[in-house]
Design a protein around this ligand. Structure first.
Ligand code: SAM
Length: 264
């Protein structure tokens, strides 16, 4: 444990003054820079940060999301053609394309319009996906999306960022067709007693939510398990993703994750 704390401290030490300066500049710009500054900033910083993270969890994620291909559409015509209607919430730059089966018909609901360009650039590398709609909107209120209209809903590292996880889950449940499945991979507050949960709390309340719009200490595992929206079945497990040494040890704060499938 102390070795890990030392690792993190060593990574942070030379950066502390830069981080404080950046945070101050960011807070000033956020106050006076209008409503576009934070989304623009996030679209720039999240892409490389997420790329590093996804590289290290790719195999585990693939194992989980690969199960999507076993699901069949609730629509008899689409089922015959092997087409699956998938809705991804909060796709960001689009790191999940590779997990979707051929003939997927994909729509997304993403709150940050600055991700759209990167998303479509990535889509070009995955011609097996038919892109339906890129909706700029909130997962908590997907008013443009018809009820019972998707076979699968997907989220990865999104419930930490939405403003209301319960409302988002209600919407996920609403848009799923009967028997439809919600596949999720969400980082959560550490579920083991220790210092990681404490640091997640401190970071969230001081700067992480403010700057990155992400609550490191969300207990999405519990919110989903409470099942206020009425899924017929929830299968989930909590795991810790593997970490490398050096800079990568910072990702210890997103290592505790809940992965699961909730069926409508
Ligand atoms: C940490 S990123 C994860 C991106 C992507 N899912 C991945 O795994 O690489 C969180 C994403 O959720 C989006 N997001 C945040 N709040 C949202 C909301 N209320 N509704 C929809 N998307 C949201 C952010 O814009 C961002 O793209």
């Amino acid at each position: 444990m102390f070795e890990e704390i030392q690792d993190i401290a060593l990574v942070f030490k030379p950066w502390i003054s830069h981080l404080v300066t950046l945070l101050t500049v960011f807070l000033i710009l956020r106050k006076y820079g209008g409503s576009h500054l934070q989304p623009w900033f996030l679209s720039k910083v999240y892409t490389p940060m997420l790329a590093i993270h996804h590289n290290s969890i790719r195999d585990l994620q693939r194992k989980h999301f690969e199960m999507i291909k076993n699901h069949k559409s609730a629509d008899p015509e689409l089922r015959k053609k092997g087409i699956l209607r998938i809705l991804e919430i909060g796709p960001g730059p689009g790191y999940n394309f590779a997990f979707y089966p051929p003939k997927s018909q994909l729509s997304v609901v993403e709150v940050n319009p600055f991700f759209e360009k990167q998303f479509f650039k990535k889509q070009a590398d995955h011609p097996h996906i038919n892109m339906d709609r890129f909706i700029v909107g909130f997962a908590e209120d997907m008013k443009g999306v018809e009820s019972d209209s998707f076979d699968v809903v997907v989220s990865s590292c999104v419930l930490c960022s939405v403003r209301n996880a319960e409302k988002s889950l209600k919407e996920v449940h609403r848009v799923l067709a009967p028997g439809g499945k919600y596949f999720y991979w969400e980082h959560i507050r550490d579920f083991e007693y220790g210092w990681v949960g404490f640091i997640q709390d401190v970071f969230t309340y001081t700067f992480h939510d403010l700057v990155f719009g992400c609550c490191l200490n969300r207990t999405s595992d519990q919110v989903i398990a409470a099942n206020k929206c009425g899924f017929s079945k929830i299968e989930q497990q909590r795991i810790k993703t593997p970490l490398k040494k050096g800079f990568h040890s910072l990702y210890i704060l997103v290592a505790p994750v809940v992965i699961g499938i909730a069926t409508k």
